[in-house]
Design a protein around this ligand. Sequence first.
Ligand SMILES: [Zn+2]
Length: 221
Amino acid sequence: MKKEKVIVVFSGGQDSTTCLFWALQQFSEVEAVTFDYGQKHRLEIECAEKITQQLGVKHHILDMSLLNQLAASALTRDDIQIEEGQGGGLPSTFVPGRNLLFLSFAGVLASQIGAKHIVTGVCETDFSGYPDCRDIFIKSLNVTLNLAMDDTFVLHTPLMWLDKAQAWALADELDALNFIREQTLTCYNGIIADGCGECPACKLRQNGLQTYLATKAGQEA
Ligand SMILES: [Zn+2]
């Protein structure tokens, strides 16, 4: 374990909660930051708060409501339906540059609290059309943050090359599978744990979990 401070970009969902457990295993001092951008489901913020309390992690909530002024999306507006990207287009949950903004603010916060490490759950493998989830973007932003603040931050992306089943495997390795299954919110309809089962986020999460559990059962048999 590194005797260093880390800040985890944290939404209360499966991916960032897995990252939080990963950070707790890797670093001696862990803090989390959640961005409040007017999510349709306030439960997301409550969920994030509850998890950090349970894990004894200091939690920062930053107001990013300006995101709504810049770009309305299905995550913040009731009148926009959640749809998969059609014909290679971006899904309606897309807010352009969201990770660019979040990670830049996380960098400023890291500098304020004296953290050299920033963890984010972005993932290129189940690339859903978000260009700022790509590994090349993260590496580029890492250089930019260091130049902007004359610092030596390290951006960590433990999920970058994992598919959803492998992300559950990592959660299990970290002894956090049940916690993540029961306490996290991924569902676009705001239903905690196993969710509504119908929305794209639930389907992705369930498929990954079933694949992982089937592989595990196969190995144990
Ligand atoms: Zn759902």
